[in-house]
Design a protein around this ligand. Structure first.
Ligand SMILES: [Cu+2]
Ligand SMILES: [Zn+2]
Length: 231
């Protein structure tokens, strides 16, 4: 199948008169062949893909800003399956009430000049916020930390719109989810300053398994704490 598509691609390339339409068709066919190749090679082995992202405070923060650190882990059981994630972050201000903070995937995996270097939201289909892959929305922060497992997030670790190599950015504010009534709302949700970020990289299953075990133990401790002790 792949060799047939490659042959078609070559034929089209040979017949090309250099026009813009033909060039566009070749690019489109190339993207389709690449996507099929990625799916075929993944299908042969265990299709599960894992990724990790070690969150560090933005280098451009001033001294008054909180230093958020932690880990974001991803798992995808098959190329078209929903994305699962663990978010384990700390260092937010320990406010008495819960707060909500936005987390998104941004375009560039470049954190060399602070989180600003990660660019805008990753937006391969040129759509409005919050329809971007990696618009994860708002996360509840309690006592300065965030600990949550999510399933079915709208992003992927494989295919042409993979978020691998791109950045996860933690914001100081809440995402208005495109309802803010201004241009920025439809680009980035007016989520405020970029507190911390990391670059998504592929990894083995071990970090996910460790986090899953810790998550199960935390849940168990939480349930036990809700049960009144017998005298
Ligand atoms: Cu963002
Ligand atoms: Zn967005």
């Amino acid at each position: 199948m792949l060799s047939l598509l490659c042959a078609c691609l070559l034929l089209v390339a040979c017949a090309s008169d250099g026009s813009f339409d033909m060039e566009e068709q070749i690019q489109d066919m190339h993207a389709k062949v690449t996507e099929m190749w990625q799916e075929m090679t993944t299908w042969r082995a265990d299709p599960t893909v894992h990724a990790t992202c070690e969150v560090r405070p933005s280098a451009s923060l001033d001294a008054s800003q909180p230093r958020v650190t932690g880990l974001v882990l991803f798992r995808q059981l098959a190329p078209r399956a929903g994305l699962e994630a663990f978010f384990a972050l700390e260092g937010f201000p320990a406010e008495p009430d819960v707060s909500r903070r936005a987390i998104h995937v941004h375009e560039f995996g470049d954190v060399s000049q602070g989180c600003e270097a990660t660019g805008p939201h990753y937006n391969p289909l040129a759509v409005q916020h919050p329809q971007h892959p990696g618009d994860f929305g708002n996360f509840v922060v309690r006592n300065g930390s965030l600990w949550k497992r999510y399933t079915n997030l709208a992003a992927s670790l494989s295919g042409p719109h993979s978020i691998v190599g791109r950045a996860v950015v933690v914001h100081a504010g809440e995402d208005d989810l495109g309802r803010g009534g201004n241009a920025a709302s439809l680009e980035n949700g007016n989520a405020g300053r970029r507190l911390a970020c990391c670059v998504v990289g592929l990894c083995g299953p071990a970090p996910w398994e460790r986090q899953a075990q810790e998550h199960a133990e935390r849940r168990k401790r939480h349930i036990l704490s809700l049960c009144p002790r017998q005298p």
